[in-house]
Design a protein around this ligand. Structure first.
Ligand code: IMP
Ligand code: MG
Length: 177
């Protein structure tokens, strides 16, 4: 059990399980993007650890770029997604692989979908480490999923609770009393 700010969390997903699911995604990406020189577009802050694990397993030429969006306040989404750092690279005509730590309601994806449509990319797909199917409210397909999880609040492996917990190498879930 660990405590972050005022909340208690218990172990939920081991580092080994996380890395195995990233290996599976990476195999698919190596197969699907061979010779395509994709741009990985990681959504800050949460996806930095996932992004590093995916990019280091990609075998061909690739680039990485970052955008930053924010919606969460504490353990709840505010529903209001702000672009805090936009695209700083021309993605016109490129194959883009969006890297997300977790897809929850999908509000963040809907916002990025707009950004990428405006950027006139050749094609874009979404890869997420965690996916909460019960919370997802959008119709945008989530193409590569590391692990489906129940609608619970988790921390670790890049994911935070009010800034804390990103450094944890395994995933914890909020303790239910
Ligand atoms: P969405 O816009 O509701 O899909 O939420 C996406 C963003 O909210 C993610 O990129 C995370 O930063 C954050 N988020 C969603 N669920 C969790 C969670 O269980 N723990 C920590 N952050 C989360
Ligand atoms: Mg995020």
């Amino acid at each position: 059990m660990i405590k972050l700010h005022d909340l208690e969390f218990e172990p939920f997903i081991s580092e080994e399980e996380i890395i195995n699911s990233i290996k599976n995604i990476s195999e698919e990406l190596n197969r699907d993007y061979e010779g395509k020189k994709p741009v990985f577009l990681a959504v800050l802050n949460g996806s930095f650890m996932f992004a590093s694990e995916v990019v280091k397993r990609f075998k061909g030429d690739c680039e990485i770029s970052f955008v930053k969006l924010g919606s969460y306040e504490g353990t709840e989404t505010s529903g209001n997604v702000k672009t805090l750092l936009g695209l700083n690279q021309d993605l016109k005509g490129r194959y883009v692989i969006l890297l997300e730590d977790i897809v929850d309601t999908g509000n963040t994806l809907a916002e990025i979908d707009k950004i990428l449509k405006e950027a006139k990319v050749e094609n874009y797909k979404i890869a997420t480490l965690f996916y909460k199917p019960e919370a997802y409210k959008k119709s945008i397909p989530v193409n590569y999923v590391g692990m489906e999880i129940p609608n619970k609040f988790i921390v670790g492996f890049g994911l935070d609770y009010d800034g804390l917990g990103r450094n944890l190498t395994q995933v914890y879930k909020r303790k239910e009393n």
